[in-house]
Design a binder for this molecule. Structure first.
Ligand code: 1HA
Length: 270
């Protein structure tokens, strides 16, 4: 049974249950297109999930069966981005993408219906994607005057290969769940009625495993493609684990006790 934590939000729903946080874009009337506020709320909820020690896995999804997300809300697209209520233009979904990648907890995209445009890139940057049989995937940028040349291009190419990634962007076709599975864009395809149960099953399996192993693996998978910031993440985990050792703590203790550190008792491993 999900606990409802949606109270502070208008554009999303936010739920928690047994170690799982679920963030749902709640704008089904526009196929769950996001406006700056939607993205701001998703960033906020994701941060909450990250800092909640009881949460081990995050699910991203869209309200209803018609769409996961149809990308940026074209009705509020101004001349330099998507306009918020103050008229300021944003491309803040790029910040959300970075937060999804750098979140040390696994994130699963649960996709029913359309994952299109910027909504397609959102599922792409999640660690895993569980698709319902009615899921449809694709980019529209070159058709509607946009493109995502960041994770949307290079990371997509690393997921589906260069030829397929270029096809997806150059032709702007839609692909059904089976085609998406065949090209490695999703992890599994299930009946629509099974979608949430199956996604929760995957999350439960993940929750059985070592949090430290999971977070280090995630940063390791990111490291190559994310360049300096990928290395920073991976190295941050190394530092965290070093802090957890007696050897690391000897340095701290010596400093605080105003004495020379004694590292002699720590063996040099081959
Ligand atoms: O590329 C980026 C970015 C790149 C760099 C940095 C930041 C970025 C941020 C965003 C994006 C983008 O997302 S660009 C791509 C924007 N999205 C699209 O081009 C997809 C537009 N939607 C569709 O192609 C179709 O609606 C659909 C394939 C998702 C669903 O088709 P379907 O089932 O036939 O429904 P449809 O009748 O088209 O849509 C239902 C309602 O939802 C329509 O409104 P209504 O006529 O009922 O008033 C439709 O206009 C609305 N809607 C759907 N998607 C959007 C939308 N309204 C605004 N924005 C949308 N994205």
């Amino acid at each position: 049974e999900w606990a409802d934590c949606s109270e502070p939000y208008s554009d999303i729903l936010y739920h928690k249950a047994e170690g799982i946080a679920k963030i749902t874009i709640n704008r089904p009337e526009v196929r769950n297109a996001f406006r700056p506020k939607t993205v701001k709320e998703m960033i906020h909820a994701l941060a909450d999930a990250r800092f909640d020690a009881d949460i081990g896995v995050v699910i991203f999804t869209g309200q209803g069966n018609m769409a996961f997300c149809s990308g940026g809300d074209q009705r509020v697209r101004g001349d330099a981005g998507y306009q918020d209520d103050e008229g300021v233009h944003h491309l803040n979904v790029l910040d959300l993408q970075k937060d999804i990648r750098s979140c040390p907890k696994p994130i699963i995209a649960m996709v029913a219906g359309y994952a299109i445009g910027g909504g397609h890139v959102l599922h792409l940057v999640c660690d895993l994607t569980i698709a319902a049989e009615n899921a449809r995937f694709g980019q529209t940028g070159p058709k509607v005057g946009s493109f995502d040349g960041g994770f949307g291009a290079s990371y997509m190419a690393s997921v589906v290969g260069q030829k397929k990634a270029r096809e997806i962007w150059l032709l702007c076709r839609q692909y059904d769940a089976r085609q998406a599975l065949d090209m490695g864009l999703v992890n599994t395809v299930v009946a629509l009625e099974q979608l949430e149960q199956e996604t929760v099953n995957w999350a439960r399996d993940i929750l059985k495993h070592s949090p430290l192993a999971l977070r280090t693996l995630k940063s390791a998978f990111n490291a190559g493609l994310d360049g300096q910031s990928g290395i920073q993440e991976l190295a941050g985990n190394a530092t965290m684990m070093f802090y957890m050792t007696e050897e690391g703590q000897e340095g701290r203790d010596a400093y605080l006790q105003k004495r020379h550190p004694d590292f002699k008792k720590f063996v040099r491993k081959p």
